[in-house]
Design a protein around this ligand. Structure first.
Ligand SMILES: Nc1ncnc2c1ncn2[C@@H]1O[C@H](COP(=O)(O)OP(=O)(O)OP(=O)(O)O)[C@@H](O)[C@H]1O
Length: 267
């Protein structure tokens, strides 16, 4: 679904924020891009939606090269929800906010009302349609931002630090919503995060350090590389460190290891 080849980007023409990054993402996957502050995660997400242009390398989305000429078609396939829900709330009310992108597409009024209703239900915000942003919690604003992106009906959704402003309960709710969008609505999901617990939920991880891709694999494969993660300023959650230690012990019952892993992925 996404093919990134030798991708580099520099903001000032000298230091590279992203260096020769190459990876593929399969249709229907949920991939987390992990990395410390300044590792290049947001730069990568901006490149993927064509907000900035690579200095070098290429991006293909669903078989189409991301170029200036194709930008309109690419934007029909890939959408993004940014970190701070306050900064992206553009409507006077929830209803207007979800409608924003649809209005730009000049969708007929009846169809627009149906879509607003459908996507508000999908994110569990149907009872809040006439509320104003200041009447919502951070998690609710994030849900509205997600509904606005979903209403554009793109196959791929990028969520840039979608849970960083939320408390544990708000985070759990958004994780559930992401899982539902991925598993039931078959969206290809890219979550950008520096939270390893959150990243555990996804199918695959891509780890960036100083603009370079240093690890790629399933959470199990990546979290085994504890030293590399530590040197990239990414600290494993306690239960995953325990899991790693236990895995080293050959005598330990395999089922205990699996139970620990399952426990972690569900909490
Ligand atoms: N608009 C900009 N102008 C100049 N340099 C920038 C700009 N945005 C980011 N950078 C630099 O590019 C590098 C990568 O930044 P980026 O925002 O992609 O990292 P990040 O992994 O998303 O960080 P964070 O977790 O803090 O959001 C950093 O060195 C940063 O200082």
């Amino acid at each position: 679904m996404i093919k990134v080849s030798d991708l580099s980007f520099s903001y000032n023409g000298r230091d590279e924020a992203l260096k020769d990054v190459t990876f593929d993402i399969k249709k229907g996957a949920w991939v987390s891009i992990l990395g410390h502050n300044g590792s290049g995660k947001s730069t990568l997400s901006k490149l993927l939606v064509g907000l900035i242009t690579p200095s070098k390398g290429s991006i293909e989305i669903d078989g189409m090269a991301l170029t200036d000429e194709n930008l309109g078609s690419i934007r029909k396939k890939i959408g993004i929800v940014f970190q701070n829900p306050d900064n992206q709330f553009v409507g006077v009310t929830v209803k207007h906010d979800i409608a924003f992108g649809l209005e730009n597409q000049r969708i007929p009024h009846n169809e627009m009302i149906e879509k607003i209703d459908y996507y508000a239900h999908l994110v569990g915000m149907q009872d809040f349609l006439n509320k104003e942003p200041h009447q919502l919690s951070g998690g609710q604003k994030q849900r509205v931002a997600i509904a606005g992106a979903l209403a554009m009906e793109q196959d791929i959704l990028i969520l840039d630090e979608a849970t960083s402003m939320l408390d544990p309960e708000g985070t759990r709710d958004i994780v559930e919503l992401i899982r539902k969008l991925n598993k039931e609505y078959h969206k290809t999901i890219i979550t950008i995060t520096h939270d390893l617990s959150f990243a555990t939920q996804s199918d695959e991880l891509i780890v960036l350090r100083n603009g370079e891709l240093i690890l790629k694999g399933t959470p199990l494969e990546v979290f085994k590389e504890e030293e590399i993660l530590k040197s990239s300023h990414l600290e494993l959650p306690f239960e995953l460190s325990v899991y790693n230690e236990v895995s080293k012990d050959k005598k330990m019952n395999k089922r205990v290891v699996e139970a620990l892993w399952t426990f972690n992925s569900k909490t």
